[in-house]
Design a protein around this ligand. Structure first.
Ligand code: ATR
Length: 268
């Protein structure tokens, strides 16, 4: 469920798994206005749905609707996946941080969150999932840089631990000695200006990641690649976050295969 939702690549990916696992099901995009979210979620059970994923703008509002919110979704402050119980009860969880961490792991198996300072750019919903995931993985220092410092500070205050909020004009210098830099802002996405950051302080050994996947290679990642940095784009996060949803809905753990990735890439 989203508003808008028709651009979503999720139906293609879930329906690939339905075919692969020989399951008689289908995944449909549901365009739901924000004011209709509660009624739409309550209708899942009578309509025979096992659950749904939520995207913009529903992830936060759903917290006030479902019957049970797990710890991850509560900490992140957003629900990305709803599971319908046999009695029609609704449970909310968040698989975005799983998706981010597992995408990095799949593409960079030697990656470790505690390898050195990590710079996270942006402090919206995507950033909260990324910061939570990195902290859970044992990151020792997260330099959280955002255009609006207060939003970064709010995440740092809430999550505590390794997160330090920095002002936007510190973004270039914050890359000094970083083992990883992650863009979670909307900059670089199709239709948006490119991320305004100089990478000259970024060590050549560090990993550059973006949670944007349209385009597959943002100008930020292209520049990092030109400099010789390893890069991970946002598609893996989209694909990986779908796996635990299947486990919860159908008890099956589907794989992100090269074929699946290529099929989705071709549409971008
Ligand atoms: P999402 O939930 O997808 O992360 P969001 O909550 O709208 O979306 O957050 C978007 C992020 O991109 C924010 O960190 C935002 O910065 P602000 O908190 O200052 O709004 C960031 N962003 C958007 N436009 C930007 C720009 N032109 N320059 C820098 N950061 C920008």
């Amino acid at each position: 469920m989203g508003w808008p939702v028709m651009h979503s690549r999720s139906p293609m990916l879930h329906n690939y798994w339905f075919r692969q696992h020989n399951l008689a099901g289908t995944y449909v995009p549901l365009a739901i206005r924000p004011e209709g979210l509660a009624a739409a979620l309550r209708a899942l059970h009578p309509l025979g749905f096992a659950g749904c994923n939520l995207t913009i703008p529903h992830k936060e509002q759903a917290l006030t609707i479902v019957d049970e919110v797990d710890n991850v979704a509560r900490r992140i402050g957003a629900i990305s996946c709803v599971i319908v119980g046999p009695d029609g009860s609704l449970a909310g969880t968040n698989n975005d941080c799983y998706g981010f961490v597992h995408a990095i792991r799949q593409e960079e198996p030697s990656w470790r969150a505690d390898a050195g300072p990590i710079v996270v750019l942006g402090a919206g919903g995507g950033s909260r999932a990324v910061c939570y995931g990195l902290a859970q993985e044992g990151a020792r220092e997260i330099r959280l840089v955002n255009r609006t410092l207060e939003r970064a500070q709010a995440i740092a205050d809430e999550f505590g631990g390794p997160i330090r909020a920095l002002a936007w004009d510190e973004r270039h210098d914050a890359l000094e000695g970083a083992s990883m830099v992650v863009n979670t802002t909307s900059q670089g996405m199709v239709g948006q200006a490119e991320l305004d950051i100089r990478l000259d302080r970024l060590p050549k050994s560090s990993l550059a990641a973006d949670i944007v996947y349209i385009p597959l290679e943002t100008p930020f990642l292209a520049e990092a690649r030109r400099r010789g940095n390893r890069t991970v784009n946002g598609l893996g996060m989209l694909l990986q976050q779908a796996r635990p949803a299947w486990k919860a809905w159908f008890g099956v753990e589907p794989e992100v295969t090269a074929e699946l990735r290529q099929m989705v890439e071709k549409t971008i």
